[in-house]
Design a protein around this ligand. Structure first.
Ligand code: PMT
Length: 416
């Protein structure tokens, strides 16, 4: 699906979910630009949305440094549809009365396209006759509403007023988009340090066959690697994503998406991609260190394996240590991940020395605030001199944006 979505974010706690919504919209094929009220910026920084979308965020009608690209009419005319999420009671009231006293309300009034509003507020505010009348006014004017749903509210009660989940809003956007004419977006991504860089990202586990139905696998879901690839694409890089067997949507804007099964295939894909030229290699894949010595052609019979089954495993090639040095150029920056439990940083530094890496991102998915899959995660960036930066525990799409920023800074000698 193509199409241009202007995502307006107003000041409620659900503003953080707008970051996921921006990412989901992009993954669904939409181009996304954002506008934020002052109050929204108390919850989420415009830098995050700028990095996620690769486009400037409209925040201020009068602020210094606002280029003509942030002219309110231009942004309003760019959009095929507007999504306001979260929409506070105050913003719903302003929209109903045509008030245009800041960038976001001005953009809304100047937008001739269909509008979808996702209200989010306290239950009493939602039930208040003024809010209900304002919503009715909006509906009469053809504005579409999604939610609010019921659940935990920021004020501590469980009631109606909670912003619909990003997935529900995405579905509402798709439903609305199916009824209108959508235009492709030719806007180049924001030029930043990652723009035009050739980046290779590996993601996910590898799967080492025992027989046609059984395999040695690990718990990596690919979320971290896919998030890095998406962040690099949004920042304008030319990204090759080499993925182990996971079922994930390819980030929008990839140059190449290579799917591999086992460690040997991943090694070959990394080597061939490096031969094509690479500025940064980000090895987030959890490559299996061992594979079965032989893979049987037919399913091994349980009864023939006996009560205790001993499986011989042999070492897989270490891609970073044994393959990358022969295929990287002197300028390629090589970043490994170190998956450790226990003394993560020391082990990461040992891996950095052993595999001759420029940087290592140490992580321990068994710690609170970290994990495999689509969870929040925490990493520690290590260079040959020690710890450069310790991240907070953040959802992986946001963490990936911060990782790219920190790698770029560290590359130029700026620490935490
Ligand atoms: O996929 P998710 O569910 O989001 O989880 C993310 C993650 C925890 C898997 C990820 O953040 C991570 O840590 N990936 C690297 C896992 C790993 O293999 O770590 P390691 O310490 O065993 O290996 C160190 C580095 O060597 C890694 O960059 C790895 O890609 C690389 N390696 C490992 C083995 C091998 N044979 N060849 C390699 O190149």
């Amino acid at each position: 699906m193509q199409g241009r979505v202007l995502l307006m974010i107003t000041g409620g706690i659900a503003a953080y979910k707008a970051c996921f919504l921006a990412r989901l919209l992009q993954q669904a094929g939409f181009s996304v630009r954002c506008a934020m009220t002052d109050a929204a910026q108390k919850f989420v920084g415009p830098v995050t949305l700028r990095a996620l979308t690769g486009q400037p965020v409209a925040t201020d009608l009068w602020g210094e440094g606002q280029s003509e690209a942030l002219d309110h009419v231009e942004y309003a005319l760019w959009a095929d549809l507007v999504v306001v999420a979260p929409a506070t009671a105050n913003f719903v009231a302003k929209a109903a009365h045509g008030i245009a006293d800041d960038m976001v309300s001005t953009l809304l009034l100047a937008s001739p396209c269909p509008v979808l509003v996702a209200p989010a507020m306290n239950d009493n505010m939602w039930r208040h006759p003024a809010t209900q009348a304002n919503c009715a006014t909006l509906r009469e004017r053809g504005v579409h509403l999604v939610g609010p749903g019921s659940g935990w509210l920021a004020c501590g009660t469980v009631d109606e007023g909670r912003m619909s989940e990003p997935e529900e809003i995405l579905q509402a956007v798709k439903d609305l988009a199916a009824t209108i004419e959508l235009r492709p977006d030719e806007t180049p991504s924001l030029s930043g340090p990652w723009a035009g860089r050739r980046v290779i990202v590996t993601a996910g586990p590898t799967q080492e066959a025992i027989d046609p139905v059984r395999a040695v696998v690990n718990r990596s879901s690919g979320a971290m690697g896919y998030a890095l690839a998406a962040a690099a694409c949004a920042a304008g890089a030319e990204v090759t994503l080499i993925s182990g067997p996971v079922d994930r949507l390819a980030p929008r804007g990839l140059k190449q998406h290579l799917k591999v099964g086992n460690a040997q295939e991943m090694a070959e894909a990394v080597a061939a991609s490096l031969d094509g030229g690479c500025d940064w290699l980000l090895m987030a894949a959890a490559v299996a260190d061992f594979r079965p010595a032989t893979a049987a052609d037919a399913k091994l019979k349980k009864n023939e394996l006996g009560e205790t089954w001993r499986l011989d495993l042999v070492r897989n090639p270490d891609i970073l240590k044994e393959i990358v040095p022969d295929h990287r150029s002197d300028d390629t920056v090589v970043v490994g991940f170190a998956l450790e439990t226990g003394d993560v940083v020391n082990a990461a530094q040992a891996k950095l020395q052993e595999k001759k890496l420029d940087f290592v991102l140490a992580n321990d998915p068994t710690q609170a605030g970290s994990g495999f899959g689509d969870t929040a995660h925490q990493v520690t960036l290590v260079d040959p001199d020690g710890v450069v930066w310790e991240s907070e525990s953040l959802p992986k799409p946001l963490l990936a944006v911060h990782i790219l920023d920190r790698l770029e800074a560290a590359r130029h000698g700026a620490g935490a």
